[in-house]
Design a protein around this ligand. Structure first.
Ligand code: ADP
Ligand code: GN1
Ligand code: MG
Length: 378
């Protein structure tokens, strides 16, 4: 197996890591996998007497996650908890939640000789993730699953959770970091993105709205996923049903509006997250309605009146915040999100801001859709 190209120079560590975990048979395949912006993800296959076994190997991005052990405690605690809930509901825990593979000395992750952290999950067969909504039903399925996920985690002991990225969806704190990046202008890029900088500043009054309501206790704090992109959910190849919520690295206390809003940002955009033809970017009202309905159904009546009323704001804030994070990273020299081309973060930022602008045009309709959907479900 040639690991050289795969692991960006850390090939012997990758081999070392793979050998540490309990895997059946011998390694037969190892290749990069998926479109995540943060971790290094690889598909692994082994050949054993009873046939082929598939896994997902990940190197945790420690530039982003400073406490990988705390993070892995969250992941093992949450997956264990979900496994029990799924068994109680007569589901299949091997497909409906992530399963961590243990190391030979009984740990759920491994730190290699140069300090990188690795983990292996059982590969979920017969299901896939999607970067765009193929049909509204996909989005409806993902909405129900993310809503249900939040409902299940309501019983999770919050005190046991590590905050893997403090202030992750604290939009005012993100705004401060953005202003500092503009001010430092460490890569000399600020002059070329004045229009985008202005776009954020013009919305400064919106930025603290959700955080203030959370602080005042008007919005409830919940255990949330915090990264509810469509490609963080697996849809069954046969039935099209959402079977498993993945990418559990950012499970932390938060607002339901973060999970709802981030899904709208990614999935209800008629263009892609990094679309360069901004005429393709808009909010699909059909998909907005579809997701709202699915999420409310998945939450099974657990959202408060104010949470429901604030759903359009959740969608707009998650989109503005994400665009601002892409812009901040662009200003700081692309050190956070993995990029695949020059100015990729700027393209991503522009697509987010075009979506925010379109939401503002459709603001009253968005409110109407949320109110109508919620009243139909009562
Ligand atoms: P990132 O944090 O970088 O987004 P993810 O954990 O979301 O990483 O994984 C990246 C991709 O790998 C996912 O979008 C999905 O396609 C695939 N993937 C992750 N875990 C599994 C799994 N257990 N089974 C099958 N595919 C998976
Ligand atoms: C990152 O890991 P991934 O690709 O699912 C990011 C999210 C952003 C998203 C934008 C830990 O998610 O917060 O919304 O990119 N994750 C982290 O696509 O920062
Ligand atoms: Mg992901």
């Amino acid at each position: 197996m040639n690991f050289t190209e795969l692991a960006n120079g850390a090939c012997s560590q990758m081999e070392e890591a793979i050998q540490t975990f309990i895997l059946p048979g011998s390694l037969s395949e190892c290749r990069r996998y998926g479109n995540g912006h943060i971790n290094d993800t690889f598909f692994l296959a082994t050949k054993a007497e009873d046939g082929k076994h598939c896994f997902i190997l990940q190197r945790i991005n420690t530039h982003v996650f400073h406490d990988p052990e705390g993070l892995m405690n969250n992941v093992s605690g949450v997956t264990e908890f979900l496994r029990n809930e799924i068994i109680k509901a007569n589901g299949d825990p091997n497909r409906e939640t992530l399963t961590l593979i243990s190391t030979k000395d009984g740990h759920c992750c491994y730190q290699d000789s140069i300090g990188s952290w690795w983990r292996i999950y059982r590969f979920i067969d017969g299901a896939a993730t999607y970067d765009v909504v193929r049909k509204p039903e996909d989005f409806y399925q993902s909405a129900k699953a993310f809503g249900h996920f939040q409902r299940l985690l309501a019983k999770y002991p919050v005190a046991e959770l590590t905050e893997t990225i403090p202030d992750f969806h604290n939009t005012p704190a993100r705004y401060e970091t953005f202003l500092k990046a503009v001010n430092d202008d460490s890569c000399g890029r600020a002059a070329s993105v004045q229009k985008e900088i202005q776009f954020v500043m013009e919305r400064a009054n919106d930025i603290p709205v959700i955080m203030n309501l959370l602080k005042e206790g008007k919005l409830p704090q919940r255990v949330t996923h915090n990264d509810t992109k469509l490609n963080n959910i697996m849809l069954d190849d046969q039935t099209g049903e959402a079977i498993c919520v993945i990418d559990l690295d950012t499970i932390m206390p938060g607002s339901s509006l973060f999970d709802y809003g981030d899904s709208i940002r990614f999935g209800a955009n008629t263009g892609e997250e990094d679309e360069t033809d901004l005429s393709k970017v808009s909010l699909s009202l059909e998909l907005f309605e579809t997701y709202t309905r699915g999420f409310l159904e998945g939450c099974e009546g657990s959202l408060t009146g104010l949470e429901i009323q604030m759903m359009p704001m959740g969608a707009k804030m998650m989109t503005l915040e994400c665009g601002m994070r892409f812009l901040t990273d662009y200003l700081q020299g692309d050190t956070y999100f993995r990029i695949h081309r020059e100015h990729h973060n700027l393209d991503r930022c522009r697509s987010q801001f075009a979506l925010v602008a379109d939401m503002e045009k459709k603001w009253d309709t968005m409110h109407q859709i949320v109110a109508d959907t919620a009243s139909r479900l009562q």
